[in-house]
Design a protein around this ligand. Sequence first.
Ligand code: CTP
Length: 402
Amino acid sequence: MNGRRILLVVSGGIAAYKVPEIVRALTRSGHEVRCVLTAAGAEFVSPLVLQSLTGNAVRQSLFDAGEEGAIGHIELADWADAVVVAPATANLLARLAHGLADDLASTVLLATRAPLLVAPAMNVNMWEHPATQANLTTLRERGVRFVGPDAGELACGWEGQGRLSPPEEIAAETGLLLGSLSLAGACVVVSAGGTREPIDAVRSLTNRSSGKMGYALAAEAALRGAEVRLISGPSHLPTPAGVERIDVETSLEMRDAVLADFERAAIVIMAAAVADFRPAEASERKIKKEDLAEDAGLQLQLVRNPDILAEISAERGNRIVVGFAAESHDVLAAARRKLKRKGCDLLVANDISRADAGFETDENAVILLTPDGASEELPLLPKPEVAARIFDRIEKLREDRR
Ligand code: CTP
């Protein structure tokens, strides 16, 4: 398992004294660890110890301007590939089950979309209390995974279930959690944004693509455990957590970058708006009006760019290749022709004539088309939601192929 980003949430119980061992086991496996301590957690384990072992500042408060300035709580929630709560007290389980967000730990737990592993530790009577058991059922139903608690002698003097699982076991379960993500071990290449084709030293041909759809796809692939390579045209969007971004400008650079990662890719998604044409010659100097005849226009000679999607579709082997289609009229018929021409496994068609979807918007309404003639029209949805639906379809295609 490659090194991943683990957020370790530590709540207040005597078992917190074992947390440094959990951190060591996780970092030994190559993971990067950041810790969030609840106020009670800080009574049992020193932030300084955790900071020294993780090499990262330990976060304790939602309202510390300095800490929030360095990395905000939502950033922290987004940063994690997996979140581990150890030890989890009865109180933290209750707050998690009921969606409370009254301190940093519970807020981050509510905000994250990363998978969650919880290692409870508490007195046996608290563990067996119907309230705790009901919370447990709720959390299990929501997909939260649990490790322990083990039975034995408890710090409070009672015997029974309530001991924190051994640190090595918690680390191993974390590995399983990461490995069980649906795209774990798969390399996903996503191209995004528009390309920029230079005319001269200051001018270029480009298009209105913002990159939002491609960036949302890259973020979704990372959430599903993939190794993600985001090949991006010029864009001001932040790089999603867990994503490796490669910046390119021209279509030819984008082609080179896509081909460089093609061998190891399991899935390639061409969400970029690749320029079909580029100036035949780009002047290294600025084209000056004084160099032209008085009142003369300027003729630009354009040549075709290679069609990256068609090229990789032809060579795809076992890979799943996904293309996009930006269409302004007769969307379904045009997209169907495009799917045939490009030869990819899935085509995502956009109606760019709509003002509320497509270029530069936060939402998108797309139609998913496959070569068997099937089409599925999705409603207008936020782009991250569209990305999730596209990956559901891609995973289905992978399953069918297996
Ligand atoms: N594409 C590509 N290489 C190109 C042009 C487009 O890989 N030189 C990819 C895009 O990333 C997208 C798909 O092809 O996934 C369709 O792009 P689109 O602009 O809709 O179609 P075009 O092939 O450019 O066809 P047309 O402009 O005639 O509609």
